[in-house]
Design a protein around this ligand. Structure first.
Ligand code: NAD
Length: 351
């Protein structure tokens, strides 16, 4: 097992990679606790849930809303949850985001922790303290930053994940290597097939190294004043692509990373050879590196991005594999590049 600590401003957070969910009682504080999970996780893992009240939400982004949060508040009232009640989120990124937000806001804040059940939640969503819900089609528009007391990443959960969800998580693992760890990227190049097969030693190493990278960035910049922006590598274009409804989060981020890598070459930051390695690894991990979208519509979606600042956008680029840099890019420059990279964004009708 690897134990990784984040020193958050609200409280420290301990992430246990390789810990068995069965050992949960060792980490839960004594007293009342309530589980928040989703319908799929409950169906698959009902027998392994701790003997606690369980609140289940629907599965999918459509349930990551203030309505779901409000339903959970009411259920907590019915359960007579008080300020000593501990909230345990058991699920993927959506459960972590919703359960974290409910815990951070109910009675002005309850103690909480997570058991992350998807690869994406283990390498990314459960770590770092950001939580929240979507509003009016905008992702994660409402939320707080508050660290979970603990996160358990039990690799056994991943055995029931559909392959598409494994691939989703791989996109964030590649991102972590690209922004901060060339050695991890090279390890993934050497073990791409084993990673997709979820070979335990390979996956545990990739999850632990991802958590170390994210925890390090969050520890240095919890509130995204600077360095934490690097975690958005591939996500600016990714979020715009995701809004088309055609791509999953991981697929959209993968195309976003391919695009950002291309922009990095164009700006004279990244060698062409490194760009080719990036595209090759993403493809081996069954992630797409191109999309057939109208670049102008994509730029329109970017303009509506909540992170947009006037006519400029903070864009994460690569100086090398393992080294990210944040630069401001003018929207018209981005628009020009979106139209210019037919190898990534093919001009054409929306898919
Ligand atoms: N807070 C953050 O820092 C952060 C970071 C990245 C992503 N996110 C958020 O995370 C969400 C995506 O997370 P996700 O990809 O885990 O999605 P998810 O929570 O929807 O899980 C994906 C699917 O897998 C199912 N599932 C969960 N665990 C399973 C298991 N062990 N076996 C089989 N099926 C299982 C779920 O029911 C769901 O249908 C997005 O809303 C995104 O915005 C948050």
């Amino acid at each position: 097992m690897r134990i990784i600590e984040i020193q958050g401003s609200s409280q420290p957070s301990t992430i246990r990679v390789g810990e068995a969910f069965a050992n949960l009682p060792r980490h839960l504080p004594p007293g009342k606790a309530v589980v928040i999970t989703d319908e799929n996780v409950l169906r698959l893992y009902r027998d392994r849930m701790p003997a606690l009240p369980v609140l289940s939400i629907g599965s999918g982004e459509a349930f990551k809303t203030l309505e779901t949060v409000s339903d959970l508040y009411e259920a907590l009232v019915d359960l007579e949850a008080d300020r000593a009640t501990f909230i345990l989120g058991v699920g993927g990124g959506i459960v972590c985001d919703v359960a974290g937000f409910v815990a951070a806001t109910y009675l002005r804040g309850l103690r909480f922790g997570f058991a992350a059940t998807t690869l994406l939640a283990q390498v990314d969503a459960s770590v770092g303290g950001k939580n929240g819900v979507n509003l009016e089609g905008y992702k994660n528009l409402v939320g707080t930053i508050r660290q979970p007391e603990f996160v358990i990443c039990d690799p056994a959960f991943l055995e029931t994940l559909p392959e598409a969800e494994v691939v989703n998580g791989m996109a964030e693992i590649v991102k972590h290597g690209l922004i901060a760890d060339a050695g991890m990227f090279a390890f993934l190049e050497d073990h791409a097939s084993a990673a997709l097969r979820l070979e335990p030693a390979v996956v545990e190493r990739l999850v632990a190294e991802s958590v170390v990278i994210k925890a390090g960035v969050v520890g240095r910049d919890e509130v995204e004043a600077g360095e934490r922006r690097k975690l958005n590598f591939g996500h600016t274009v990714g979020h715009a692509l995701e809004k088309t409804g055609v791509f999953s989060h991981g697929e959209a981020v993968s195309i976003g990373m391919a695009f950002a890598s291309r922009v990095s070459v164009r700006r004279g930051l990244l060698p062409e050879e490194a760009h080719r390695r990036i595209l090759a690894l993403l493809s081996r991990l069954k992630l797409p590196v191109r999309a057939s979208v109208d670049p102008l519509r994509l730029v329109e979606a970017l303009r509506r991005d909540k992170k947009r600042r006037a006519n400029r956008i903070h864009f994460v680029l690569l100086e090398d594999i393992g080294r990210a840099v944040v630069q401001e890019i003018r929207m018209d420059e981005l628009e020009g590049m979106a139209a210019e990279f037919p190898d990534i964004l093919q001009t054409g009708p929306d898919p």
